[in-house]
Design a protein around this ligand. Structure first.
Ligand code: NDP
Length: 445
């Protein structure tokens, strides 16, 4: 019998193949730039709406001006310091060592999970700076707020370059653990088409690493998520120092997103079983998503609310109502994920929960949260998104971008996961779909 090929050629293309990959690689960075031009101090003086004439006025009118914005030396210095300092902390901070899922070559990678240590260090540095700065004016936060466009461009270009580096490295064989000879790298099942642009976009290598640093796990949580938090704080800082106080709406959005960010970083171990780590390669889609899209688009509500003309004071009843929505969404999201994880790890009493035994030997849970819909965790996550948008009131559709974009992302993710599970579980998946017919929202979709 012939040996199975380690890295089979990819035949199924996502996002309609090359045209989709090109459209996303150009379109999403353009959307981020549009957000900045539609939601900043200069423009807001003219009122928030998508006024393309006013946006056009802000565009640089020469190649020199474009270069100054894209390659602002201070912004590059700041971002490289941020990225590599956090990377060094990721490598050196203590943490728990966990094994990832078994790979196609029979090996299992080990990961250092130090989200808790990173969170403690980050909060300590932040609180220390806040206490020691005169009048609580933090130059670092003012720098972030005053350079949003330049920093957005810096992260986009950095994400682009990082993927070029990772793509090139994916062709270099790895040294064997015993130091004698080399072996092929494990590629993503989705990113081995042979088309340079498509593979660069979707991600060729499954687990790119530089020495002890796992690039994909590191980028998934730390530089992007913590930057998102920093941007929100920079908006509070701006509002406090220009308007004398922080509105309850902005404080609420910042607090809820801070909670979500830290929850993600603290539960770093949960990421190891996510599709991003187990299946997807590290391409522009993930690099741009983690490093640029998350911080600059998820912070849109704060950037909107900190502007003087959008300032909104909600009052306690609305603050409590929105907090309750976030709590409900979070409860569904966290307990559903926990229930699946406990089920898979054998911690859940299998006798009391209905499940389907599959041909692969594993079981599909179709009870508890997982009896309500196939991705009830996505529904919880989407409710959380609503709780972040509602504090902006109904002044503009712009800050509602998140629930629209995230809804589309979750539906696309559900379809990808369904295709994977259908291929893996075959008849058992059909039976699972019969028992649990709703995909995300119970009784709706
Ligand atoms: P899921 O946590 O839903 O995991 C799907 C996988 O779980 C399937 O491929 C299958 O894997 C297994 N599975 C599915 N149904 C069952 C079942 N009934 N019983 C047992 N196993 C099952 O999806 P994701 O990994 O995509 O998402 C994880 C979390 O991350 C979600 O809560 C999501 O909302 C969140 N998320 C947040 C994002 C953000 O930007 N805020 C972006 C993306 C995700 P197997 O092959 O092991 O059986």
């Amino acid at each position: 019998m012939s040996k199975p090929v380690l890295n089979p050629k990819t035949t199924h293309l996502e996002f309609s193949g090359l045209p989709g990959a090109l459209a996303i690689s150009i379109g999403l960075p353009a959307v981020l730039i549009l957000f900045e031009l539609s939601c900043n101090r200069v423009y807001s003086a003219q009122g928030i709406s998508l006024n393309f004439a006013a946006i056009k006025d802000q565009l640089p009118n020469s190649w020199e001006a474009v270069k100054l914005l894209v390659f602002d030396p201070l912004c590059w210095k700041a971002y490289l310091t941020w990225f590599f300092t956090l990377a060094a902390c990721d490598v050196w901070l203590p943490g728990q060592t966990l094994k990832g899922v078994p790979l196609r070559d029979g090996t299992q990678l080990t990961y250092k999970i130090n989200g808790p240590a990173m969170s403690i260090l980050f909060i300590t540095v932040l609180v220390y700076r806040w206490y020691t700065c005169e009048n609580h004016y933090m130059p670092e936060l003012a720098f972030v707020y005053n350079n949003i466009l330049q920093l957005t461009l810096t992260t986009i270009v950095f994400a682009w370059l990082l993927v070029v580096f990772v793509y090139v490295c994916s062709f270099i064989p790895l040294r064997k653990p015993n130091g004698v000879g080399t072996h092929e790298r494990v590629l993503s099942i989705n990113g081995n088409t042979g088309n340079v642009i498509y593979d660069w976009f979707i991600g060729r290598e499954l687990n790119p690493r530089i020495g002890p640093l796992d690039i994909k796990l590191y980028c998934e949580l730390k530089p992007g998520m913590l930057l998102w938090l920093l941007i929100n704080l920079s908006c509070c800082h701006y509002q406090y120092h220009t308007q004398g106080s922080v509105s309850d709406s902005l404080a609420l959005v910042t607090a809820m997103q801070m909670f979500y960010t830290f929850d993600g970083v603290l539960n770093e171990a949960g990421v190891l079983s996510m599709m991003d780590i187990t299946t997807d390669g590290f391409g522009f889609m993930l690099s741009f998503g983690d490093l640029a899209l998350v911080p600059w688009s998820y912070s849109l509500q704060s950037r909107f609310l900190c502007l003087p003309e959008n300032r909104l004071d909600l009052g306690w009843p609305k603050v409590i109502g929105i907090t309750a929505l976030m709590a409900l969404g979070f409860y569904i999201f966290r307990s559903a994920n926990q229930q699946k994880s406990d089920f898979k790890n054998g911690k859940l009493d299998h006798k009391n929960f209905k499940s389907i035994k599959t041909e692969t030997g594993s079981k599909l849970l179709c009870d508890g949260w997982w009896g309500l819909s196939q991705h009830i965790n996505y529904f919880g996550d989407w409710l959380i998104g609503w709780s972040w948008c509602l504090p902006t009131g109904f002044q503009s559709v712009l800050p509602y971008y998140y629930v629209i974009y995230f809804g589309a992302l979750l539906v696309h993710r559900q379809m990808r996961d369904e295709a994977k599970c259908r291929a893996k579980y075959k008849k058992s998946w059909v039976e699972y779909e019969r028992q649990v017919p709703y995909k995300i929202i119970p009784y709706v979709y």
